[in-house]
Ligand binder design. Structure first.
Ligand code: ATP
Length: 463
């Protein structure tokens, strides 16, 4: 069986992710809740590794700027619920809506702008609205924000919203960051966290869910330099996804056509998406993974207007006071995770269990599996000692002494573990073990006291 494509590929991926504990349907024993997902033992490690790569690439070791200087980027972690006026200022209360249509016959709900991709629930071979029975209403605006109430009273004065994006936290804390750190424009504020959108039709697994995680940067710069910084981030963000092994024909950078531009980007013209060819991307071929937008000074100006607090910057070098312009690269962590999973999934027919996950070793949830070849002659003790030492000093590992060695390799291949270390009879004689490489199946012998260093070097772990 070669690597399948389209919905057959998606089915295989969903099944492996469930079977191996990457992703579970949320509240499964109660029938699940549409648009919500839980990340299992392997999934949470993989997601955290992707999150950490982003944080490292953006905050701890940001790219070098065009002038050769390392960029100033600091992090934030804001509350999910914030003052409701924030969402008035940002425009979300008024216009964070998708057009929705209902079918009067089958009661199904669709996004009006996605009717060309949605099958009719009663006749899936046709599109929604295209059978004789379908009776679609006119589109109505449906606000995607989840509403809640703060405090004991459920009245209009206590209404609040779960944030649909993390970006506003960086804007309403702009003054706090400038006042408490030594950042100077140009600088960035980064945040990773949950976002909530009451999507009309959550679908395509974790691609479009109602609760998800985002990784966003707001980069503040002088208006005269903003176009250059937009070009800089547009390329840097594409390079980031390439560096995780997504480079190739399934990844592309696409500039928005003028009619697609969001209101704040209409004047600046700067908006591009990093897109990935997911198995369900269909005729369009690609779907959004990250958006990079030149937002001008829209957000800081809006919050200045609504809060009465001036969000501006005095630039000592230019001797000038101004409202910085903003470049925003906004990526989905959970959507990125799905891209990484889809890219890694492969089928190698030469193996007894052909499915494997070819994750970049730095992302792999388990870095190494440790096995005794047989369960006697002191081999389990040697393998377990190696495993414990590795776990303490390099990274996540698994010790497995059950079933045949072939089955143990297959389990690790499905988990995307880049290396397996097997202790055998020879290990007792010459103090070496075999190290098997996931991608090729090749084995090399490595001295027991060099196993940690050998693998750490290749997985980016602690040495
Ligand atoms: P889309 O057009 O797919 O609805 P968007 O343009 O509204 O996305 P942004 O508001 O730019 O998305 O959000 C930034 C990133 O957050 C997206 O590129 C995507 O990776 C992620 N994202 C947005 N909505 C969802 C969702 N419902 N589920 C998972 N990830 C999401």
């Amino acid at each position: 069986m070669p690597r399948p494509t389209g919905s057959a590929l998606m089915e295989k991926i969903v099944s492996l992710c469930k079977r191996r504990g990457f992703i579970f349907q949320s509240s499964e024993i109660y029938g699940g809740l549409n648009g919500f997902w839980d990340y299992g033992p392997l999934g949470v490690e993989l997601k955290n590794n992707l999150r950490d790569r982003w944080w490292d690439a953006m905050v701890r070791n940001p790219p070098t700027g065009p002038d050769g200087h390392e960029l100033d980027i600091v992090g934030l972690d804001c509350a999910i619920v914030s003052h409701p006026r924030i969402w008035e200022a940002s425009g979300h209360v008024e216009s964070f809506a998708d057009p929705m249509v209902d079918c009067k016959k089958c009661k199904a709900r669709f996004r009006a702008d996605q009717l060309d991709e949605m099958p009719c629930p009663n006749k899936p071979s046709k599109l929604a609205g295209q059978t004789e029975q379908c009776e679609l209403t006119e589109p109505r605006a449906f606000n995607l924000m989840f509403k809640t109430y703060v405090g004991a009273l459920e009245d209009p004065s206590s209404v609040a919203w779960l944030r649909p994006e993390t970006a506003q936290g960086m804007f309403y804390n702009f003054k706090n960051v400038v006042d408490t750190t030594r950042v100077k424009v140009p600088f960035g504020i980064a945040q990773i966290g949950k976002g909530f959108r009451n999507e009309i039709t959550p679908r395509n697994y974790i691609f479009r869910s109602r609760e998800f995680e985002m990784m966003e940067l707001e980069f503040f710069c002088h208006p005269s330099e903003a176009s250059d910084w937009y070009q800089f981030w547009r390329q840097a963000r594409y390079d980031f996804w390439c560096s995780l092994g997504l480079a190739g024909e399934r990844l592309r950078l696409r500039d928005h056509a003028p009619e697609e531009l969001a209101h704040y980007a209409r004047e600046t013209g700067g908006c591009a998406d990093v897109e990935y060819a997911f198995p369900f991307s269909g005729d369009k071929g690609f779907s959004e993974l990250e958006g990079i937008a030149y937002r001008s000074n829209f957000d800081l100006s809006q919050h200045t207007k609504h809060s009465g607090v001036r969000l501006e910057y005095f630039d000592p070098q230019r001797n000038e006071r101004y409202v910085p312009h903003v470049i925003e690269p906004a990526a989905g962590l959970t959507r990125g995770l799905l891209a990484v999973i889809c890219e890694a999934y492969d089928v190698d027919e030469s193996r007894p269990s052909p499915e494997l996950m070819r994750f970049d070793p730095r992302l792999s949830p388990i870095k190494a599996g440790f096995f005794p070849l047989v369960n006697k002659d002191g081999l389990p003790e040697i393998a377990e000692k190696l495993y414990r030492h590795f776990k303490r000093s390099v990274g996540p590992a698994q010790f497995d002494e059950k079933q045949s060695i072939g089955k143990r390799y297959a389990r690790m291949d499905e988990a995307g573990t880049p290396f397996c270390i097997t202790v055998d009879g020879q290990s007792k004689e010459d103090q070496t073990a075999t190290v098997r490489h996931r991608d090729t199946g090749h084995q090399v012998r490595v001295a027991l006291d060099q196993v940690n260093g050998y693998i750490a070097e290749r997985v980016g772990g602690r040495k």
